[in-house]
Design a protein around this ligand. Structure first.
Ligand code: ZN
Ligand code: ZN
Length: 197
């Protein structure tokens, strides 16, 4: 099984996936308003730095590959891994603060998935061979322009697939080892929680 190289835009944070294929995870493009807010947060921050972070596609969607947390290894630059939440109970949104590259999204420590964001995978040229075609765009009511029918996938269908995977990963204990959470379940860094406004 090929490993996929993981790398932030500046190269300070690097890692790899293990035991991951298109079949073992779920690749979707999420158009929800929260994913867009996260992208804009990083883009604003990155305006000040050298690298420009380009997260969203023309519909305001984020290309995500959902896979087990245990399959993601960081080999260097752990100290740059940062976390934000759009609200106190929001999901954990991880990024490399050296260059504001999004890494991925997780729930709490017990939930075994990470939705890795395309920018953090160093596979632009081989992405389709590595992970298969995207299953489609979800949450299209938030899209910035109409998403053609043939690019959409039903949220229900994706949810069934994701829940089935989660159950298996949970039974296999694939929430550990985790680069995001300590043994006691605390996040490795204190998340920056956005307040309204
Ligand atoms: Zn970086
Ligand atoms: Zn989303």
């Amino acid at each position: 099984m090929p490993e996929i190289k993981l790398k932030c835009a500046c190269g300070s944070v690097q890692g790899t996936t293990t035991n991951v294929t298109g079949k073992s995870g779920t690749r979707v493009v999420c158009c929800c308003d929260d994913c867009q807010s996260f992208a804009h947060y990083l883009e604003q921050e990155s305006d000040a730095s050298e690298q420009k972070v380009d997260v969203l596609d023309q519909y305001g969607g984020t290309d995500i590959f959902q896979m087990p947390i245990a399959s993601l290894k960081i080999t260097q630059g752990n100290e740059h891994v940062s976390c934000m939440r759009l609200s106190p109970k929001g999901i954990h949104r991880w990024y490399a603060k050296c260059c504001n590259t999004p890494i991925g999204n997780t729930m709490d420590a017990g939930v075994p998935f990470v939705g890795v964001i395309h920018n953090f995978m160093d596979n632009e040229a081989t992405r389709e061979a590595d992970l298969g075609k995207s299953r489609g765009h979800i949450m299209v009511k938030f899209a910035t322009q109409h998403v053609p029918e043939n690019l959409q996938v039903s949220f229900f269908k994706i949810t069934l697939r994701v829940l089935a995977k989660l159950l298996i990963w949970k039974l296999k204990g694939l929430n550990k080892p985790s680069v995001f959470f300590k043994e006691n379940g605390d996040p490795v860094v204190e998340p920056n929680v956005l307040t309204k406004g």
